[in-house]
Design a protein around this ligand. Structure first.
Ligand SMILES: *Cc1c(COP(=O)(O)O)cnc(C)c1O
Length: 218
């Protein structure tokens, strides 16, 4: 795990760039999450709804949880009303179920649309053209119980940072394009341990960092 000093240096660098840090705590036990909490971190990201459900009651309730992993519609119930932001709304069906659940709870759930920018087919998300069409056709109005706060994306996992940079740049351009006339649309979530520096350089407003902070996952 990162030292307190290294962590504060990371935070300072991100703060100066105006970038919010989500500490990705998937597979990390509560006591180590708490250590980071004591260092002042409040935003944590989980990728499994059940893991979030189990950990949340064991940790301080002013933590802002972020759901960053692929959502099955039957797991949506664990994330609506319990998370500050769902980053992984990656298809209309998921938006629909998130909206239904939020409606039933009488709340508005903040979400990001996950965009597929990587070449790898395994990566989830709506293709950029579909995202464009979604906004052109007044998509957000179909989900009155969701606040669409921005976009999320994952770059191709490669050491060729020209590819990574190009993908992040594509996402930033799409973000600038669709945010016109969209109130509350201000979050661009991109960059993880491997590529967050490129993401910050390309205009991320939020990065999701796990192993750099907590060490490699088992
Ligand atoms: C695990 C994960 C991260 C963090 O990955 P690291 O390489 O450990 O920083 C970021 N985003 C998503 C969607 C993840 O699943």
């Amino acid at each position: 795990m990162i030292s307190a000093e290294e962590f504060h240096r990371l935070r300072l660098r991100l703060d100066r760039a105006g970038v919010q840090l989500v500490a990705v705590s998937k597979t990390v036990p509560p006591d180590r999450i708490l250590r980071l909490y004591e260092w002042g971190q409040r935003d944590f990201g989980e990728n499994r709804p059940q893991e979030l459900r189990d950990k949340r009651p064991q940790l301080p309730n002013d933590i802002r949880w972020h759901m960053i992993g692929r959502l099955q519609t039957n797991k949506v119930k664990y994330v609506v009303g319990t998370t500050a932001l769902v980053h992984s709304a990656d298809r209309p069906k998921v938006l629909e179920v998130l909206n239904q659940r939020a409606h039933r709870m009488g709340i508005r759930q903040p979400v990001l649309l996950q965009v597929r920018i990587a070449q790898e087919d395994t990566k989830a998300g709506m293709p950029p053209d579909e995202v464009r069409r979604f906004f052109d056709e007044g998509g957000p109005q179909r989900y009155p119980n969701l606040t669409i706060r921005g976009l999320m994306g994952m770059a191709t996992h490669t050491d060729d940072f020209r590819i990574v940079r190009q993908e992040f740049r594509t996402l930033r351009r799409l973000f600038e394009e669709v945010r016109q006339g969209m109130p509350h649309f201000e979050v661009l979530s991109m960059g993880m341990t491997h590529d967050y520096e490129v993401a910050v350089d390309e205009g991320a407003t939020m990065v999701r960092i796990g192993s750099l902070i907590f060490g490699p996952r088992a």
